[in-house]
Design a protein around this ligand. Sequence first.
Ligand SMILES: Cc1cc2nc3c(=O)[nH]c(=O)nc-3n(C[C@H](O)[C@H](O)[C@H](O)COP(=O)(O)OP(=O)(O)OC[C@H]3O[C@@H](n4cnc5c(N)ncnc54)[C@H](O)[C@@H]3O)c2cc1C
Length: 399
Amino acid sequence: MREWWRRLAEAGLAHPTWPVGVGGRGLGSSRARIVTEELGRAGVVAPPTGHLAAGLAAPTILAHGTPEQIDRYVGPIARGEVAWCQLFSEPGSGSDLASVATRAVRDGDEWVVTGQKVWNSAADLSQLGMLIARTDLDAPKHRGITYLLVDMDQPGVEVRPLRQMNGQSAFCEVFLTEARVRGDAVLGEVNDGWRVAQTTLAAERGSLSGRAAPGLVQALSGPKGDLDRTVGEVIDRAGRARRSRIPAGAVPARTMFELAREHGVSGDPVTRQQLGRYYSQTRVDAWTGRRIAAARGRLTGADGSLAKLATSRICQLSRDLSFSIVGAAAMLDGGDAPLEGELHRVGLASPGNRLGGGTDEIQRNVIGERGLGLPREPSADRDVPYRELRVGTQRPDAG
Ligand SMILES: Cc1cc2nc3c(=O)[nH]c(=O)nc-3n(C[C@H](O)[C@H](O)[C@H](O)COP(=O)(O)OP(=O)(O)OC[C@H]3O[C@@H](n4cnc5c(N)ncnc54)[C@H](O)[C@@H]3O)c2cc1C
């Protein structure tokens, strides 16, 4: 796998929109899609994603990194050598992300980081993390944050996977106790991390609505993934694995029709109306997604939020309609449950789509403010020094 991903990167086919020399060819998104479709047609192992590495870390580093940082971090992502996680959210800072309380203090050439992060997808499988931390207590909350690239494999970083109600464990809490970050691993300027984080968040909103190209065999980058497996092993595994019937968290319309027929409700007028609505919604969302991609994210000023909101809505519609079709069987997991239990597991996880990457309410705020030009949401603390705020759960005086 190491060799395959290295060759893809060297040919500029790993991520064709990235610059030449770090896995890309500087192509536009429509030409890049042709490359991906051709790779899919050939049925090869997909270019590496590294969990959040290619989707979030790389675009942020390409936009804000120095040439040295781009070489040091983006090349290994393109070659599938590393996986990355996002260390943004905290127990007291989710929607109000600018209130993060994790502290980073300068110590000679390094930064010393202490605090707690939570809901960090794949943190247990990642070698590096995108971290935002408070570096100036006297500045207002948006202006005292620094964006750090942290090495996860060190004594000061403890990762604890969280168990979800569907039995899976897709995200973790991460405790940082005097974790060390190199001075040259600051992305952007010190105390300007909020601006840098906006690039990550915009990339995240856009990526959450994306779907993998058909035909590509998925593999996990990094040493805890498939990097040291043979391509044959990965292809064999994909051949043995049951193909997901619910890609990207929503039952495809055709599968929904089959489900209705199997459960004897396809003649029911109310169900038919709901199926029609579901089909139309999936088609409209797909066209919206294409228009957004074609405009390279400059359609409305809030394209990522529109795409994310559409995805989260379709996931909720999918859960409600599929559960109403199969009835009480939706409570069952295991091989003889509807869609071999996948319906149950994906349905239970579906509220997460409304939260991860910014909640539906926050996306609506972004659409209102940046897309429609409505007045900003009132904020009483925008210019108050962070030290004077009563926010977060990690303050020394928090109860
Ligand atoms: C599946 C999943 C994966 C995730 N992965 C990551 C990850 O990899 N890294 C990471 O850092 N984080 C991750 N998160 C965390 C995610 O970003 C937060 O859960 C999210 O930003 C919401 O924060 P919160 O949970 O603290 O909720 P809160 O911010 O406490 O929100 C609670 C409720 O209040 C509403 N609300 C809050 N503020 C406003 C407002 N201004 N206007 C209107 N309504 C408001 C919210 O919409 C929500 O309904 C993930 C979450 C999920 C579910």
